[in-house]
Every structure is written in structure tokens, then in C-alpha cells.
Design a protein around this ligand. Structure first.
Ligand SMILES: *[C@@H]1O[C@H](CO)[C@@H](O)[C@H](O)[C@H]1NC(C)=O
Ligand SMILES: *[C@@H]1O[C@H](CO)[C@@H](O)[C@H](O)[C@H]1NC(C)=O
Ligand SMILES: *[C@@H]1O[C@H](CO)[C@@H](O)[C@H](O)[C@H]1NC(C)=O
Ligand SMILES: *[C@@H]1O[C@H](CO)[C@@H](O)[C@H](O)[C@H]1NC(C)=O
Length: 809
């Protein structure tokens, strides 16, 4: 994700400035507009000055009533004992900040901008002006119920969670004279004209439970709800954005111009020129509800995108993917499934033409149209008529069934969905958003620090954590991991019934000799033992190792569960952070492979005893650079395997696996998997060493690939290997190989695209496999089956990535 593509970036600039930044700049710093009625138009003020207020000072009355209207929420009420273990001042650094403690009033009248920004920046944290990233300054910035008036952007910092009270969603309300790119600006542009951070390097942040109200801002001025160019391990959940729907409105709800994302869910947007105006390498967006915009979703550019559970209504165009126009389409591919489009003249506008490249690949599966006359509109008219109907499966682009390519545009037979993966009584896939326990009283929670763990990054917390896990599960309590780094020296067992939630992203860091054998893996976290049944919920955490740990399997999942069991925003982070002893000092790219930098056997193992495993927004990352070095210096740390799935009934929504030496995803002897978007990157150091001759010997018990039958070229780690597995549908995949021995010359578009010879391998008795919108970078053979190439890159050139719309076996 360090990698920034020149092609996409240049392409973007043209459309971005014309379509988004340009209009936003109207309301920006250089604006000569003066707000004429800054406060008089505020509905909140009207209520404050109502007769009920009598002679009392208006602001105080409102503040009191807002405060007393703030319903309790455990995250606000629980003792805040979290620490940043590796902060220079761990005893004084505050992880949890309530904006009220920084002077915010939330009364709908007072300008709270400075107070909110003070709550974010307090404590020597890293903002966009620094351009730097840091793991030692995590923060939750909490908003009680209330209406927070702001006149300029809330400037988001690195490693920050902006969280509102879900029991009475706080409103962030822009003044009429608001200036800035976004009520929340996730990567503020600096005077240099560049974003503060390289967007592909912005990790570990969230926005939850907020309403953004842009309606005070004149419709004719460009205004943006959230500016969100981000990388992996980022999420937006349960957010509402309200904009002007007046004729000529220039508002946009979410603006993303680039990055390597990302996940969002449960977002409601009304009004605007664009509900969402978005471009990024890839993204997963679930339950995105947009109405009353001119264009519900404007896709600026991408390589791939998965939209699940869209509800788009009353827009002139529901989804535009024709940016750039025929012959210069900037959108690589889009997959939409389980979605409803209502009362829009046109669902999709595309520029795809039969005779051209595979840019603009599109898959529509299980889409309900209600009063949508045109389903797909091409450059020369209607391609697919709409009406009130259901699109079972329709697509355009290149297909391989399994041989190809064939240009196609039209219907095809949708795969049969395993019933175990469906929501009950529905043909849609089962989904479940991250639990926030909004109805649970504070007394349902047990703090891991109160239970005796220190989280200080040096004390051995193994036994304190294990006894808290055991007693919390048996007493039905939710175990709260206060922020901190919890060093453990032996496996932690999560019993069935566990509910575990982190403050910010607490780190469990495996350390010591238990994990020293490169041939004898030992789990760090064991979710159920073989044969255990029940369910668990686990959210907001990071699993890591310290120093040499070649035998560490960071997460081993054995639990046979009920639907609803899973993990949300839980990530592995292997190397590249303070405290890991796997940083620039220990593991520079110039060093030869050494035991000190062999840091994990496997990120995650879903074993054959596991079933009903739900993963949402999970990033399994072996570090390619040091997050705590001032200039994001690259490092060479070596991990064996990414995610091995051997179980059944698996949901993988918004997951990514990067830089493991043998493979990223391997589905082996598994069954019934729905996945999308999945994203991978090969290690940057390969082929020195390559996948076969790296430090991790293959283990035939785990069916590791031995790479003996690699096609000619570099035999680097696979992104996705599917072996003897049935019933898999992948709703969007991006398998990238940018580097050869740290040089990107091999991945430049459109040639040579030869960093590695193959990246996706299908083997053995695998059946009922469907992959939609497969995009690869830097790979000669896009699909290999049992050692034979089925698809070569030169046949499928698209945008920066090469794309195949539809592959089935
Ligand atoms: C993102 O877009 C901005 C604005 O055009 C550009 O300055 C920056 O280089 C781009 N970053 C990446 C990672 O593409
Ligand atoms: C549809 O949107 C327009 C403005 O875009 C608005 O005036 C109208 O009320 C909306 N209709 C419905 C049914 O929501
Ligand atoms: C596909 O995208 C590439 C890169 O943006 C562009 O050069 C090319 O013209 C596009 N082709 C079509 C047919 O749109
Ligand atoms: C890898 O790149 C480095 C730095 O450019 C170079 O010194 C080294 O010889 C290269 N190794 C191989 C095997 O090409």
C-alpha cells in the first residue's frame, strides 16, 4: 500500500479538479463568499430562542438540555484506563477523549470546531501537516449526544476513532459559511497542494455513530461530508449525511479521490450532486443507502469495488461508472450484489464497448429494480432495459468459463448460493455489522486492566488475560481490552461465549521461546479448541509478535459456531511498529534474512473443525515499512503464510492479506465461502528470496504450495490459491505484485507486467468456483489451473490493473 500509481493518479487529477476539488474550492479558503446569516438560519437557534427559554441565557439552557438528553453508553461511562504503552509519556497520554472535556458545547449554537480539533490533536499526535504515521498515539475522540456546530473542517489525525453515542446520534452541523474540504477531513491538503499523508499509507482509523448536516451550506457551493482517502484497516459505520437536494446542488456526501481501502457499512446519505464521489484502488461498501442525489454514486476511478446491499433511490443516475468516457474509462471494475434500486431513471451508466479493453467491467447479481426504466445505459443507448424487475446475474467485460477470453455483455447464470451462507428467509447473503453493544449497561463489561493485566508492553500478561477470558465467558460478561500492548508468552484461549472488544486497537503481542520453532507452529490466539461449539464476537484489536517468532500462528480459529460468530476490525500487524523489535534498526531491507526478522508462521488459520466464521474488515499485514519511522522506511520482515481456510461456511467481507512469503489466501479442503472484496500484495523483497526458497520450509500437513510447477518467470508468493474446495464465490479480487527486488519497473502499465509469473492458482478437485472482477498487477499469468495458464495479462489490460469480469470453473 506504499505504492502510488502514477497512471491512476494522473488520470484522477483531471477528473478530480474538474468534478470535485474544483467545486469544493469554491467554499474553501480562497472563497470570497461571506455568510450573510451565519446563525440566524440555524434551526437549533430557533428552538433555543423559543418562549420556553424565558430570561435564561439561551446557550446554557440548550447545553443543559442536551447534556441531560445524552443517554448512557458504556464506552463513555466505563473507567478510562487505556494507555499507549510505547508513547514517550504513557502515564499522562490520554487515549480516550470526550470532546466536552475540551470545551465543546454540543448546543447547536456555539462554534465547537476548535474544541473538537483540540480533542483530536492533544498529546503530541500526528496530523496531516506532519505527514507522519505513528502507532504510539492512538485515540478515541468521543461525542456525547448533541448538535456540534462547526465552521471549518474537523481535521482527522492518524490512528484516530471518532465515535458518537449510538443511543442518540450526535449531529455535526456546518455553519452557512463553512469552509474546508469535508466536515470531517480525513487527509487535509497542505499548502504544497498535496494531501498531508500519502493516502495509501493511512491505516487504523474509524468514524462511527455520527450525523453530518450540510444543509446550512448554500446548495450552490461545493461542500463535502467526509473526505476519506485512506488505506486498509479503516472503517466508517453507522453514519448519516444530510445535504441540500435543491436544484443545482453542489454538495457531495463522501469524497474519496484515492488510497488503498477500505471498508464502510450502514451509511445513509440524502441529497447532493453526488451521494458518494469516489475513487480508490479497491473498497468494500456494504449497506450504503443513498437517496435524492443527482448521482447517487459517482465512481471516479478504481481497479475493483464491491458494493453489497446498496439501497439507492430517487437519483437521476444511481451509479455512474463511465468517467473518462469510451476509450478512456477510468473505472476498472465494479461488482454490485444483493441491492435495491428504486425510482431512478437509470441504474448504471457505462462507457464499455464490446470491441475494447476490459476497463469498465461490471457484474450485477441479485439486484431488485423498482421503477427504474433503464438498468444499464451505454454510450449509444440502453444496453439493458429495467422496469420493476430483478436482475439475477448480468455482466460485461472479459469472461473465462474457464477458457477465454470472450467479450460479453449480458445475462448469465448466477451461481447457486449455499443456503448456510444466506440470511434467514432471504436470498441475500447473511451480514452482521460490528457489535457496538449499545443496549448493554456498563455493568455488563469487565475491564482487562481491572482484571489485572497491565498492557504496558513489558509485563507478561498471559495469566491475567487467560483468567479474565475464562471468567468473562462463563459469567456472560463482555471483556473490554483497555488500550495498551499486552505481552503474552503463551497461547490465549478464547472459550465459546466470549465477547471481546478493544478500546482503540489494543495490541496482543506474542513474545518468547514458545514461538521459536519455524516447523512447529503454536497459536497466539486460539478461538475455540477443536470440537468446541458456540459463538464468539471479537472486535477492534491487533495481534502482533515481538522479535523473532517464526512459529507464531497469530489467530487459530477452531470454533464450530452459529451464524453471527466472527471478528470485526481485528487485524494482524506483523513488524514495523515501536515495541515490536522488528523495525528499521533490526530488519533493514539491506540485511540478509536472519532469524531475528522471521516473525510469524501464519497470520490466520481457520481450521477444518471451524464453521460459520464471519470476518469483516480484517487486514492481515506483514509490514513492508516501519510505521514509526519518520519517512515510512521500508523493512524486510518475513512471515510464512497469510490466511489458510480449511473450514466451512465462511464470510469474508472487506478482507486483505499482504506480504506473507508463501501465500496470502489459501482455501484448502474448505467449502461454502463468500468473499469480497479480497485484496493481496506479494512481499516487496521477492524474488530475493522467492516463495520457494524463502526462510519458511513448506509443511505438507498444511498443503503448502511447493512452487515446483511454477510457470516461467519469477515464482513469487501466490495471492490466492484454491485447492480442493467447493462452492466459492468471490465478489471482487485484487491480487497485486508491484515489486521485483524492491523495484516497480516490472509492474508499469501496460508492460512488462512481469513481477511474477502467476498469482492465482486453482488446483485439484475444486468445483463451483466463481470469481467476479478479478484484477491483477504485475503478473504475467492471471489464472493458472493445475500448472496450466488459463489467462494472460496481455489479453486483459484495463486500467493500471488488468481485469477479468467473470471466471468460473
Ligand atoms: C492522491 O491524489 C492527490 C491529488 O491529486 C495526489 O496529490 C496524490 O499523489 C495521490 N496519492 C496517491 C497515493 O495516489
Ligand atoms: C426526490 O428528490 C427530489 C430532489 O432531488 C425531491 O424534491 C423529492 O422530494 C424526492 N422524492 C422523494 C419521493 O423522495
Ligand atoms: C483503459 O484504461 C487505461 C488507463 O486508464 C486507458 O489508457 C485506456 O484508454 C482505457 N481504455 C478504454 C477502452 O477505456
Ligand atoms: C536487488 O537490488 C539491489 C539494490 O538495487 C541490488 O544490489 C541487488 O543486486 C539486487 N539483487 C538481485 C538478485 O538482483
Amino acid at each position: 500500500m506504499l505504492f502510488a500509481t502514477v497512471i491512476s493518479c494522473l488520470s484522477f487529477i483531471a477528473c478530480c479538479h474538474a468534478r470535485a476539488l474544483g467545486s469544493s474550492a469554491v467554499a474553501g479558503v480562497g472563497s470570497t463568499e461571506k455568510p450573510l446569516a451565519k446563525h440566524t438560519s440555524s434551526p437549533s437557534l430557533t428552538s433555543v430562542s423559543s418562549p420556553l427559554c424565558l430570561g435564561t441565557p439561551a446557550v446554557d439552557v440548550q447545553a443543559i438540555s442536551e447534556a441531560s438528553d445524552d443517554p448512557s453508553y458504556w464506552l463513555a461511562d466505563i473507567a478510562h484506563q487505556g494507555i499507549a504503552a510505547f508513547n514517550p509519556n504513557p502515564s499522562t497520554y490520554k487515549v480516550f477523549r470526550n470532546v466536552m472535556d475540551y470545551g465543546a458545547k454540543g448546543d447547536g449554537v456555539t462554534d465547537d470546531t476548535a474544541a473538537i480539533n483540540a480533542a483530536i490533536s492533544d498529546g503530541g499526535r500526528y496530523g496531516p501537516a506532519s505527514g507522519e504515521t505513528s502507532t504510539t498515539t492512538p485515540a478515541i475522540v468521543y461525542f456525547p449526544a448533541g448538535t456540534y456546530l462547526i465552521s471549518t473542517s474537523i481535521i482527522d489525525y492518524y490512528f484516530t476513532q471518532l465515535i458518537g453515542n449510538p443511543n442518540s446520534i450526535p449531529v455535526i452541523k456546518a455553519t452557512a459559511g463553512f469552509t474546508g474540504l469535508g466536515l470531517i477531513d480525513g487527509d487535509q491538503y497542505q499548502s504544497s497542494g498535496n494531501q498531508g499523508w500519502t493516502s495509501t499509507n493511512v491505516f487504523y482509523r474509524q468514524i462511527r455513530n455520527l450525523k453530518l448536516d450540510l444543509t446550512n451550506i448554500p446548495a450552490s457551493l461545493g461542500a463535502t461530508g467526509i473526505h476519506w482517502p485512506t488505506g486498509q484497516a479503516t472503517s466508517i459505520q453507522n453514519v448519516e449525511i444530510e445535504m441540500s437536494s435543491a436544484s443545482g446542488t453542489q454538495h457531495q456526501g463522501i469524497f474519496i479521490e484515492n488510497g488503498s481501502g477500505g471498508f464502510l457499512t450502514d451509511i445513509t446519505i440524502t441529497g447532493g450532486l453526488y451521494g458518494a464521489n469516489i475513487g480508490n484502488q479497491q473498497f468494500t461498501m456494504r449497506n450504503l443507502v443513498i437517496s435524492d442525489a443527482v448521482t447517487c454514486i459517482s465512481q471516479i476511478w478504481d481497479w475493483g469495488w464491491a458494493y453489497q446491499g446498496l439501497k439507492l433511490s430517487n437519483c437521476t443516475t444511481a451509479l455512474s461508472i463511465n468517467n473518462g468516457g469510451a476509450g478512456n474509462q477510468l473505472v476498472g471494475s465494479v461488482t454490485v450484489f444483493d441491492s435495491t434500486i428504486q425510482d431512478c431513471p437509470t441504474f448504471v451508466t457505462t462507457a464499455w464497448e464490446t470491441s475494447t479493453s476490459s476497463n469498465g467491467s461490471l457484474i450485477l447479481e441479485n439486484i431488485v429494480l423498482e421503477n427504474v426504466p433503464v438498468a444499464v445505459e451505454g454510450p449509444s443507448g440502453t444496453v439493458l432495459a429495467g422496469g420493476t424487475t430483478t436482475i439475477s446475474a448480468w455482466g460485461q467485460g472479459h469472461k473465462y468459463t474457464p477458457n477465454g477470453p470472450t467479450n460479453f455483455q449480458g445475462t448469465f447464470t448466477a451461481p447457486t448460493r449455499p443456503s448456510a451462507l444466506l440470511a434467514s428467509g432471504s436470498s441475500n447473503y447473511y451480514t452482521k455489522s460490528k457489535p457496538q453493544y449499545s443496549a448493554s449497561p456498563t455493568s455488563s463489561f469487565v475491564s482487562i486492566r481491572s482484571a489485572g493485566a497491565t498492557g504496558d508492553g513489558s509485563t507478561d500478561d498471559t495469566s491475567a488475560i487467560q483468567s479474565a477470558l475464562t471468567s468473562a465467558a462463563s459469567s456472560g460478561k463482555i471483556l473490554y481490552f483497555d488500550a495498551g500492548t499486552y505481552k503474552v508468552t503463551d497461547t490465549l484461549y478464547f472459550p465459546p461465549g466470549s465477547r471481546i472488544v478493544g478500546e482503540s486497537y489494543p495490541v496482543i503481542m506474542a513474545s518468547g521461546s514458545v514461538w521459536s520453532s519455524i516447523t512447529n507452529p503454536v497459536p497466539v490466539i486460539q478461538v475455540g479448541k477443536c470440537g468446541d461449539t458456540g459463538s464468539i464476537e471479537w472486535s477492534d484489536m491487533i495481534i502482533s509478535t515481538e522479535g523473532s517468532a517464526p512459529g507464531a500462528t497469530l489467530i487459530q480459529w477452531n470454533l464450530a459456531a452459529e451464524a453471527g460468530s466472527g471478528m470485526w476490525d481485528v487485524h494482524t500487524r506483523i513488524g514495523g511498529f515501536t515495541g515490536s523489535q522488528q523495525q528499521v534498526a533490526q530488519c533493514p531491507t539491506s540485511a540478509a534474512v536472519s532469524a531475528a526478522c522471521e516473525v510469524a508462521y501464519m497470520s490466520m488459520h481457520i481450521t477444518s473443525s471451524a464453521s460459520d466464521v464471519y470476518l469483516e474488515n480484517v487486514w492481515l499485514w506483514t509490514a513492508d515499512h516501519d510505521l514509526d519511522s519518520a519517512d515510512s522506511t521500508r523493512i524486510s520482515v518475513y512471515s510464512g503464510r497469510g490466511m489458510l481456510v480449511e473450514g466451512k461456511n465462511i464470510w469474508l467481507y472487506g478482507t486483505a492479506v499482504e506480504h506473507h512469503s508463501l501465500y496470502q489466501y489459501q482455501f484448502s479442503g474448505a467449502s461454502s465461502i463468500v468473499a469480497g472484496f479480497i485484496q493481496t500484495e506479494t512481499p516487496y523483497y521477492q524474488p530475493n528470496p522467492n516463495a520457494a526458497n524463502g526462510p519458511y520450509p513448506t509443511n505438507s500437513a498444511l498443503n503448502d504450495p511447493d512452487y515446483s510447477s511454477c510457470l516461467s518467470g519469477n515464482c513469487d508468493a501466490l495471492g490466492l490459491r484454491v485447492l480442493n474446495t467447493d462452492d466459492i464465490t468471490v465478489y471482487g479480487a485484487g491480487l497485486y505484485s508491484f515489486f521485483n527486488n524492491y523495484s516497480t519497473e516490472c509492474s508499469t502499465f501496460p508492460t512488462p507486467e512481469n513481477c511474477q509469473s502467476e498469482i492465482f492458482s486453482v488446483e485439484g478437485t475444486t468445483s463451483n468456483l466463481v470469481v467476479y472482477t478479478l484484477s491483477t498487477v504485475g503478473t504475467t499469468n492471471m489464472i493458472v489451473k493445475d500448472g496450466t495458464s488459463l489467462a494472460v495479462v496481455s489479453d486483459n489490460l484495463a486500467t493500471y490493473a488488468a481485469t477479468i469480469a467473470y471466471f468460473t470453473l
